[in-house]
Write a protein that binds this ligand. Sequence first.
Ligand code: SF4
Length: 367
Amino acid sequence: MSEIKHNWTKEEILEIYNKPLMELLYEAATVHRKYHDPNTVQVSTLLSIKTGGCSEDCGYCPQAARYHTNIEGNDLMSVQQVKAQALRAKASGSSRVCMGAAWRNVKDGPEFNEVLEMVRTINKLDMEVCCTLGMLTENQAKRLAEAGLYAYNHNLDTSEEYYKEVISTRGYEDRLKTIENVRKTNVTVCSGGIIGMGEKLEDRAGMLVALSTLNPQPESVPINALVAVEGTPMENEKPVEIWEMIRMVATTRIVMPETQVRLSAGRTQMSREGQAMCFFAGANSIFAGDKLLTTPNPDVNEDMEMFKILGVNPQQPFIKKAQPKTVEAEDSEYKDLGEKPKWSRPGHTIDRNEEAKEKGKPAKVSN
Ligand code: SF4
């Protein structure tokens, strides 16, 4: 096995990304075979446990309260509802449940305690549990780890430079800080980004620099293609071409050989042939289920049919890392500290975010 390199530069990554496609594919597939079984793909089910009404201004997100989308908001689901969905996901071939809550950051209190109970419940079903709950303190990360969390998702989204054009309500360094907090536990890190937000190739490379220079590199890197939802600031962005997706997946595979590269949002826009090329280029994980938080996703049966055609098998849980133990709430070493951390709020103005916010408001009457 070759050494994992942690000092990739933007120039080196761009050189890989821009190689003639056949060379890029060959190189990526060779790395992929060295580190992974090419006929196994991990399947996760994404569950939106609290939808909409988010205070952030992420320009791609229909769940931001300030934009005018048709998303139906929901309060936190109950533990029983989550358990029922997890059992369904397990029966249809998922090895992991990823629970997403539209929060800026985790707050200690009854809702977080409920989430901890959800983690315990799913881990006891012998499924990998992942959460994506926003920014997280060290103590909160430890409490999740104790409950049996397998992975925490916190995407960097794009390069540090372009991040300022996408989100004004929080800073890149706090994203990194959260990943650092997760790294103080045994929980694995899932962190990736989105292409097609109007960024340059340099920004895609910049994001891969930020991820690949983490030591250790994230165990999982989701690559999303923007789903341009009406009412969001990015509603008019052009769909990502399949070739861009294949190049991004292949480049991610080469710079992060051990990582699970995850095909995420935007899969409905991809043909089976396109997805097969992404698997060949090194993608080895997908999100299943008819919805990805709020945007459409191929249905589970379609995915299983595709797997059959390709001779691909869904990965069993806990293959890459042993199942964590669950500590019950009453035996917990880490208590609710009632923390109120000060996460940064840059607050600069992003024109298209402001325009999208104003768009749906009734016009002011002046007389
Ligand atoms: S991406 Fe997450 S933090 Fe950003 S607006 Fe959407 S739900 Fe909120």
